[in-house]
Every structure is written in structure tokens, then in C-alpha cells.
Design a protein around this ligand. Structure first.
Ligand code: SAM
Length: 203
């Protein structure tokens, strides 16, 4: 099995996932926002947006979206999607989350991407996420647990449950599901998944 990384060719991954529905963590967060009044279109940053399964859903629901991904092909593919809603307010940035900067936002969505941040950079990236969220803003996404079969791979970060709870100290935890499962990745690789699915609201 080859470790995932920002430099990896993600084409096989996209071909398997491009038509998949948005992630449940994103849908949970969007539904929470829908229950709250808003004066103007909300703004989301999608970190590690990939082929845009989440970005498309946000745009469809009238959000402004900045999609950030280290792979230029992703951002190009997202911009070229035939299902982009007319008038979609989408911008793209080719950057690693270690180096990226982005404006203040209502939502940072990062589905199955933040674990691809190196441990030496993770705390700084997480702090950037926290600081960029407006009060009442949300984080939605996944972190990998310490029993995941990829634990220890170069360039990836894994967390214990206590680590996750510490990261979320400044947040109201709205959804925290810890999943452990043996299955296969979209690339067909057998894997033990240990995943934290998170939606949290900044206090
Ligand atoms: C597993 S895919 C997830 C894509 C999408 N969010 C989804 O849920 O299907 C991980 C994505 O993160 C991007 N990525 C990996 N490492 C990155 C990094 N350090 N900075 C920015 N993007 C990165 C990859 O290019 C890829 O698009």
C-alpha cells in the first residue's frame, strides 16, 4: 500500500469519488446553518477540496466557496464540472494547507484531507482554521485516529480521542462520531479505518 500524500496522483481516487454525494459532516453543518438566520450568502473554505463533491453542494445551496487544494488538476477539474450551478460563486487556490492563507469565513470544511498534513505543521494549520472562523462559524471534516492502519506514515497526522477533544476546546461539539471499520479505500486498498467525523461550532 502506498501512503497518500499531496504529491500523489489522485486521478484514480477522483474517478471513483467524483460522482459521490457530499459528506455527511458537511450536510450536518449546512443543515445547522440553514436553521440560523443569515443576512447574506455565507462563505466557506474547502480545504483539500479534491474533485469538489462537497464544494458543489455548498454552491448549490447558495454559498460562496473558496476551494483550496495542493493539486492543480483538482482545482481545474472542479472549475470544469458540468454540474456547477449557474452563477456559482467559486474561487480556487492551488496551495498546501501548510502554506495557504484565506479570509475569515463561516465554515471550514475539510473532508478526509487534514490527516494529510505533516505533524510538524498540523498545530499551526489547526490554529489558522480556528482563527479564520467567525464567531458562530463551524468546522466540518475528519481527523484520523491513532488506531488507523496508516498510523506512522510520513507526512500524516493521527489523533487520539483526547487529542481531538483538546483541539475542540474552543468549540461547541455538535457532532463527534468515532468510527472504526475494516474496509477498502476508493483505490481498492484494504484498510483499518479509525476516523473522527466532526462538526463543531466556534463559540
Ligand atoms: C482524500 S482526498 C479528499 C478530497 C475531498 N475532500 C473528498 O472528500 O472527497 C484528499 C485531498 O487533499 C488534497 N491534499 C492532500 N494533501 C494536501 C495538502 N497538504 N494541502 C492541500 N491539499 C492537500 C489532495 O490533493 C486531495 O484532493
Amino acid at each position: 500500500m502506498t501512503a497518500p500524500s499531496k504529491d500523489r496522483d489522485w486521478a484514480a481516487y477522483y474517478s471513483k469519488t467524483v460522482d459521490r454525494p457530499p459528506r455527511e459532516t458537511l450536510m450536518f453543518a449546512l443543515d445547522r446553518f440553514d436553521a440560523e438566520p443569515a443576512d447574506a450568502a455565507r462563505f466557506a473554505v474547502d480545504l483539500g477540496a479534491g474533485a469538489g463533491r462537497d464544494a458543489i453542494e455548498m454552491l448549490r445551496r447558495g454559498w460562496r466557496v473558496l476551494a483550496i487544494d495542493a493539486a492543480p488538476a483538482d482545482i481545474e477539474a472542479l472549475r470544469a464540472r458540468p454540474d456547477l450551478p449557474p452563477g456559482a460563486d467559486l474561487s480556487g487556490m492551488v496551495a498546501g494547507f501548510e502554506d495557504a492563507d484565506w479570509p475569515d469565513c463561516d465554515l471550514v470544511n475539510s473532508s478526509f484531507a487534514l490527516p494529510l498534513c505533516a505533524p510538524a505543521d498540523f498545530v499551526r494549520v489547526w490554529r489558522r482554521i480556528e482563527l479564520s472562523l467567525r464567531p458562530g462559524g463551524r468546522f466540518a471534516g475528519q481527523l484520523y485516529g491513532d488506531r488507523d492502519s496508516w498510523t506512522g506514515r510520513d507526512g500524516m497526522t493521527f489523533h487520539t480521542r483526547a487529542d481531538v477533544e483538546a483541539l475542540l476546546e474552543g468549540f461547541e461539539i455538535e457532532h463527534l462520531e468515532e468510527e472504526e471499520d475494516d474496509s477498502v479505500t476508493p483505490r481498492g486498498e484494504a484498510k483499518h479505518w479509525h476516523v473522527f467525523h466532526i462538526v463543531a461550532r466556534k463559540a
